[in-house]
Write a protein that binds this ligand. Structure first.
Ligand code: 3HC
Length: 311
């Protein structure tokens, strides 16, 4: 690649300038952003499935309306992110095909089952809480379209997190069975949420480059630690116990020390052997096939509109 152009690009990034779609950028910058933004979009769309499972089973109309709004928001986040990824030159069709063929990833967290209503509370509180930790720094990403998509997403994520935490407050102040259900959900979601932030920094293949290009503002481990420090007091407020016997406040570092994460489980989930990978992919493939006629109709309609305007 033209060394002078690369140097000029690096200078712009160092000066905190936003890189826009029509600006020159190194091929590797384009490639890693297409990878990350499209996988982020896939995560939002697949993330609708675990929660969708409880739309017809919500305990009250208010909970149902809030969950419906959240699931619709996630779909919208997916659309913003596919649109941001398309500004880098890939088409939405090819990005979606990469996910459906298993070539592209989506977040490990969505391969776990939602067994009780308390899971909906735990997802809002913990999964969206983790997503907020990860997405706030992305609002300052060096690539303009991604950073701007994140600003809108983060506003909606805070509602997602609040409605989840409110469910957990209701359950933990409810009957013995309800509190036990909330504790069981925390037990099952805690460790997979820590894995959401990605492998440890020394195993993060993209971390250094993404940090140099100001795509990543904090490393995987830094964000994981921020999440733990913010969430432990919330669990204490709920009167729920975090399932980690090694969790201990460290006066020195002013952070919570935590136990070893099972990275073999993470690897298993990423290689398609998590509890729900096959169900999630089957549901996505079926939705894609069932929706083909809608996409064809939209294309036909757009062509008709174009030929009418041209006539
Ligand atoms: N699930 C699946 N794959 C993961 C992962 C996870 N939790 N964490 C890391 N990986 C993958 C990476 O994609 C990479 O594989 P690839 O080269 O095939 O893409 C590999 O593991 C090595 O990880 P790295 O740390 O080197 O990768 P990154 O530098 O890309 O960091 C990341 C991983 C922190 C997830 C980063 O990609 C990121 O910040 N992505 C944007 C945010 C995002 O995708 N969040 C997912 C959840 S979306 C969500 O929560 C929706 C909310 O509304 C509920």
């Amino acid at each position: 690649e033209d060394a002078a152009k690369v140097a000029a690009f690096e200078k712009r990034v160092a000066a905190e300038e936003k890189i826009e779609a029509n600006d020159w950028m190194p091929a590797a910058y384009r490639k890693t952003l297409t990878r990350q933004i499209s996988q982020h979009a896939h995560s939002e769309i697949v993330g609708m499935l675990p929660e969708g499972n409880w739309l017809t089973r919500a305990p009250t109309l208010r909970r149902k309306a809030a969950l419906l709004a959240k699931v619709q928001d996630e779909c919208g986040h997916g659309l913003y992110l596919y649109a941001a990824a398309e500004t880098l030159g890939s088409s939405r069709e090819e990005l979606v095909d990469q996910m459906l063929s298993g070539k592209a990833k989506y977040s490990s967290i969505f391969n776990y089952p939602t067994l009780t209503w308390a899971d909906i509370g735990a997802i809002g509180w913990l999964v969206d809480g983790a997503a907020i930790m990860n997405q706030i720094p992305l609002c300052r990403c060096s690539y303009g379209p991604y950073a701007r998509a994140m600003i809108r997403v983060c506003k909606e994520e805070s509602f997602h997190q609040r409605q989840g935490y409110e469910i957990m407050v209701t359950l933990s102040r409810g009957s013995v069975e309800q509190k036990a259900m909330a504790q069981n959900a925390l037990d099952r979601w805690w460790w997979p949420c820590l894995m959401m932030f990605g492998p440890p920094d020394q195993q993060s293949s993209h971390g250094d480059q993404s940090t140099r290009w100001k795509i990543k503002r904090f490393s995987n481990d830094e964000l994981r630690q921020k999440f733990i420090d913010a969430t432990v007091p919330q669990a204490q407020y709920l009167g729920l116990k975090i399932p980690d016997a090694d969790l201990k406040w460290n006066e020195q570092t002013q952070h919570w020390d935590y136990g070893a994460i099972d990275w073999q489980e993470f690897k298993d989930v990423l290689s398609g052997n998590g509890p729900c990978n096959r169900d999630r992919m089957a549901a996505r493939r079926k939705a894609h096939d069932d929706g083909a006629w809608v996409r064809d109709a939209a294309v036909a309609y757009a062509q008709k509109q174009r030929s009418r305007r041209a006539a």
